[in-house]
Write a protein that binds this ligand. Structure first.
Ligand SMILES: Cc1ncc(COP(=O)(O)O)c(C=O)c1O
Length: 369
């Protein structure tokens, strides 16, 4: 079959989850499956993890959670960032747990619960140094007072924060852990009966055992990557997504001739050039032109010329290559491997953006293995 596919190995994702769980020990692992599970398919990933998840799946906003509910995902779902505005009725109807990070949202949830005479579960988010979302430690007394007055209407099930630099800066991260620990201790000595405390993302769970509290939120590691490329593989995780396409044309380009738009590449010898069906509309970044590689018949081939919307060119002068042959843009063959970290380096970005960008292209079929 001549196809352009994102091949997603759900068994690898399940193995990654189990290995993360082994690595962190006796704390709950919350799989972060926002942004369509970082491009891997939120519904399929959730379905494959259903029986392993003890506490929550985490998504970014309410609509992502509703999609999961509509596909029969019955586990608890935590909504990390965008909820509690005009969607409180949905939170109630679909039994979802919002992360509340602002008094505006807290009040709107209390008002709704009063009108319905219900008690909505929430997690509270505290800012410990990221300075993006979350209450400050100085808000704590006010929150505790508010809770005492409204305890029939809100159930504070969890308290959380988020790291800014857990993959890169020990000083900042340690300060965040200390700040969070202070908040946790104050809450534990109050009336609040909170079940979950969590701050660690993949970098946090990898590097800071003292940041586990009783749950960790695993995003990028679930999909087989570390937040920043490291040489060893302490958690024993593997990339779960491969991108495969095929050669749609092949030609000789003579020395001195240009290839593709611009042209940004001039042949410095007579070259065999293959044209591959995959372009920036499929999730490559145009700034990777003339930098990235692809695998053809177990050989690494350099990309040449400007990436187009639907295709790119590679130098196959030293490889047996025919029209129709498979091209691995991300993934492995017997002796070669290209991963999202490699592609990220060529685009001056991070593996997260490569996965979500390639993942969201509707032009590439997802194939689950
Ligand atoms: C609040 C929150 N928690 C956890 C994660 C997961 O982070 P990572 O993918 O680094 O594990 C994210 C991801 O952006 C997040 O926003």
């Amino acid at each position: 079959m001549y196809e352009v596919i994102k091949e997603i190995n759900l068994k690898t994702i399940v193995e990654n989850f189990k290995n993360i769980q082994n690595y962190v020990g006796n704390v709950d692992v919350i799989p972060v499956i926002k942004a369509d599970a970082y491009g891997h398919g939120a519904i399929e990933v959730a379905q494959s993890l259903i029986s392993y998840v003890k506490s929550y799946f985490a998504v970014a906003f309410t609509q992502e959670a509703i999609e999961l509910r509509k596909n029969n995902i019955k586990n608890n779902i935590l909504i990390l960032s965008r909820s509690g505005f005009d969607d409180v009725e949905d939170l109630y109807n679909y039994n979802l747990t919002p992360v509340v990070h602002d008094f505006f949202v807290l009040q709107s949830i209390i008002d709704f619960s009063k009108s319905k005479k219900c008690r909505l579960p929430i997690h509270l988010k505290f800012n410990t140094g990221m300075n993006r979302l979350g209450f400050n430690k100085s808000d704590l007394n006010h929150i505790i007072e508010l809770y005492k007055k409204n305890k029939d209407f809100i159930d504070i099930v969890g308290v959380m924060s988020h790291f800014s630099s857990s993959e890169s800066d020990v000083r900042i991260t340690s300060k965040q852990i200390d700040e969070f620990e202070d908040i946790v201790n104050t809450i534990k000595s109050s009336d609040l009966d909170v079940r979950y405390y969590h701050i660690a993302n993949s970098g946090g769970l990898l590097n800071y055992k003292n940041a586990y509290f009783n749950a960790v939120r695993a995003g990028i590691s679930l999909y087989g990557y570390y937040p920043k490329k490291i040489e060893d593989n302490p958690i024993n995780i593997k990339p779960a997504m491969s991108i495969k396409s095929f050669i749609i044309s092949k030609r000789i380009v003579n020395k001195g001739e240009g290839i593709s738009y611009g042209p940004s590449f001039i042949a410095d010898k007579d070259m065999q050039i293959a044209i591959v069906a995959f372009g920036y509309a499929d999730g490559l970044f145009r700034c990777m032109s003339n930098k990235f590689n692809a695998i053809v018949n177990d050989k690494i081939c350099k990309s040449v010329g400007t990436i187009c919307m639907d295709m790119f060119a590679i130098d196959v002068s030293d490889v047996e290559a025919r029209v129709g042959d498979e091209v691995i843009i991300m993934g492995e063959s017997k002796n070669c491997k290209i991963d999202a970290d490699d592609l990220a380096r060529f685009a001056s970005t991070i593996n997260y953006e490569i996965l979500t960008n390639i993942g969201k292209s509707l032009r590439t079929k997802k194939v689950y293995i």
